[in-house]
Ligand binder design. Sequence first.
Ligand code: BGC
Length: 422
Amino acid sequence: MNTEQKKSLPFHFPKKFLWGAATSAHQIEGKTHNQWSVWELENAKSLANRAEYTTAHVPVWEEIKTQAQQPENYISGNAVDHYNRYEEDFALIKKLNMNAFRFSVEWSRIEPAEGAWNAEALAHYKTYVRKMKAKGIEPIMTLFHFSLPVWFAEKGGFRKRRNVKYFVRFAEKVLQEIGSEIRYVITVNEPEVYAQQSYMAGNWPPNKTSKRDMIAVYANLAHAHNRVAKLAHSMSRRYKVSVAKNIVHHYAGDDALLSRASAVVARWLADDIFFFFTKRHMDWIGVNYYFSNRYYGYRCHNPNEQVSDLGWDMQPENIQFVLERLFVKYNKPIIVTENGVADMHDETRQWWITRTLGAMHRAVQNGVPLEGYLHWSLLDNFEWAYGKWPRFGLCAVEYSTGKRTPRKSATWFAQVIKKLRY
Ligand code: BGC
């Protein structure tokens, strides 16, 4: 592309920018046996029975209610069979002109029983990463993305500080066996979301509703991150380690002191405490951005002018403020490790990405060392307790056949990436 054409683009990003998509093992691989899959089988019926109560507020309820009221929706099962179809999916990544892919290794496959390593699973991920790299795709590997081996969950999971050593041992094994081709390592995905949903809100396994448990899990995940980061650095300086942190943009809706104070406190509770304990062991910051919270006094009240299929308030451009704040405060490179929208009719995805690119561009202009953008997600996938109806994929997946089809927004985004990259 010549300089004239480049000038006509509204956005410019650094040359080596990572353009990609993000996923997690349990949500796409299929046939996992872990704490989640066991929980799904036990809870599918009641999730289906309660769907009207839990989900009828979403704007697409009329369209999805039949699916949402069927137990099958809540069982990941074959998911989108990425474990077997990954080469096809790497080809999709290339087709979308991307040069990076975020995935997670499934602990329950690698260590199905305590201390017993599954050579086949390790060999699978080794080949997986090798093939990805051979296609010119930068692997960004997550070690814990919400799913745990049953044996580890039975020991009390991350609720117990003494269990962290098992995670560290797993991380060591993974880095030894498949780490040689990896640079970017994410230890933990969204520690606060996991601690909140699983130990406080009672929505995810093990369905606890205790503030104390939540705090303990959050603290143990910070500790787990630090230990794995230290270990990775001792193994090779090549590793660039971070967490993928869900960052909400908390902001005041008016000038009142109380509104501003509420936003500061919310940011501090949600993000700064965690970074206070982990920042020395972070080479970069992974940001998952989906929403903003607006405060009036001590109350959170969002505009909700435009909401996604999940009913989430959409303010994509606020990612700019998240990126700027994190850089000013922590002075680290940043990668957007997740960002996207549940949009079954593909009506808002292109708009969302356009606004996001503009906002990221402004942040870069203002000095933020942003190194990549990974859209959530490459494919439609299993959306945890909501099951299969939410559609986050750049590529639509027909669950009955596994057929993948890039959505219109994906084809458009691929063209944008091409212009930005070359
Ligand atoms: C999680 C993903 C999830 C996505 C959309 C993030 O909180 O890391 O696993 O699918 O958001 O809800």
